[in-house]
Design a protein around this ligand. Structure first.
Ligand code: GLA
Length: 386
């Protein structure tokens, strides 16, 4: 489809096609920017790019989802306040050029089926797919973790969102039927197999994450504050990764109740991720589900990033047969919940949550049964002949 769209718009076949998936985080929320642990999976929804080189340094970029086009120059990829969707692509191009990779001008089309503004990382998918696309078009050989860091840098510095590294990481490095454990401190990672008798069911609250950006920044700042206060007690620490609950207790007077609770979420969540990886490997999915439930409680009461809609979805989910665990996923304040459900119960589960949500709040929830998918790929690997 992306090839056909390109041909229709630019009147010639593309030279390169690339794709990258969205993601759902199974556990490990708001830990990545604290150098902690995460366990997301890439989902089988993708952003696709197709393009061909031009002789000059112009980029003609067309978004299928927004039905709009822009043009920019690789010598000055300015931020575009009007066509914000283009900034993810501009930012990636700018970062690559800053690092000394000379890119050719290009005609480019992109679009996909990752739900937008749902907390499933459609923006990270655009960034990672863009990086994979440029890599292929310019014939670069980039290390995968370098590409991940570059995509995040584009979001932090160019788009202006202070996100952590989780979304780009799993969009680039996910593996089919596996979750991805990432140590966001040293960026080491490991794939953990998911059993095929359980399904990842995601429920979209339909609520756009209105507060997400500003409140996210507040949380990042509160975590910094906790680190600074603990350091003042004598033991210099660089992140909450290095802080234990006993350190928090010792610093209670300096931290105040609010910052104390924020830090407590991060510290306990890191431990939950480590436990979750262990029990997943041991095949104890009941315990895995309990850890997901505990994660939600901590996000709701200590980190305060849940919402009435997300709590309602989680409550309804937990009453259904076959559910092992239910929690909000992503930054919070709207977006989705993630549920681990026995395979034979997954479809009935999805219907029941939709109905229950409609009954409780009069709102429509969209549900998806995802399969853990592979990370970013280009035409060479996808077997797409251009
Ligand atoms: C957003 C950010 C991620 C991560 C999550 C919360 O998705 O982009 O880096 O911080 O929120 O876990």
């Amino acid at each position: 489809m992306i090839k056909e769209a390109f041909e229709r718009i630019f009147g010639a076949a593309p030279e390169t096609v690339a794709r990258a998936p969205g993601r759902v985080n199974l556990i490990g929320e708001h830990t990545d920017y604290n150098q902690g642990f995460v366990l997301p999976a890439a989902i089988d929804r993708y952003v696709w790019f197709a393009g061909r080189r031009r002789a000059d340094r112009r980029v003609r970029l067309r978004s299928l989802d927004f039905q709009e086009g822009v043009e920019f120059d690789l010598d000055e990829p300015e931020r575009d306040g009007q066509h914000r969707w283009s900034n993810y692509v501009r930012g990636v191009a700018k970062c690559l050029e800053e690092d000394g990779h000379r890119l050719p001008g290009a005609d480019v089309v992109f679009g996909g089926d990752v739900p937008q503004e749902a907390g499933l990382s459609s923006s990270a998918a655009v960034e990672v797919a863009a990086a994979a696309f440029w890599q292929s078009l310019a014939g670069l050989k980039l290390d995968a973790v370098y590409l991940v860091r570059l995509a995040r840098r584009a979001e932090n510095e160019f788009v202006g969102v202070p996100c952590g590294i989780m979304d780009q990481f799993v969009s680039a490095l996910g593996r089919p039927d596996h979750a991805l454990f990432v140590d966001c401190g040293d960026l080491s990672y490991r794939h953990v197999p998911l059993r095929n008798d359980v399904k990842i069911v995601v429920c979209n609250s339909g609520v756009k994450r209105a507060l997400a950006k500003s409140e996210y920044e507040v949380r990042v700042e509160q975590c910094r504050e906790a680190v600074a206060q603990v350091s003042r007690l004598g033991r210099a620490v660089n992140s909450l990764r290095e802080v234990g609950l006993e350190d928090l207790e010792a610093a209670r007077g300096r931290l105040g109740n609010l910052v104390m609770r924020r830090a407590r979420h991060v510290i306990t969540e890191n431990q939950r991720v480590l436990d979750a990886v262990k029990v997943l490997q041991a095949g104890d999915l009941n315990r895995f589900g309990e850890l997901m439930n505990a994660s939600h409680e901590s996000l709701r009461s200590d980190y305060e990033v849940s919402s009435r809609e997300l709590d309602t979805l989680v409550e309804i989910a937990r009453q259904q047969p076959g559910v092992l665990g239910a929690r909000m996923t992503g930054a919070g304040f709207g977006g989705c919940t993630v549920n681990l459900v026995r395979q034979d119960a997954a479809l009935a589960f999805a219907r029941a949550v939709e109905e229950g949500y409609q009954r409780a709040l009069g709102l429509r929830a969209e549900t998806y049964v995802f399969r853990a998918s592979g990370g970013a790929l280009t035409s060479e690997v996808l077997g797409v002949r251009c």
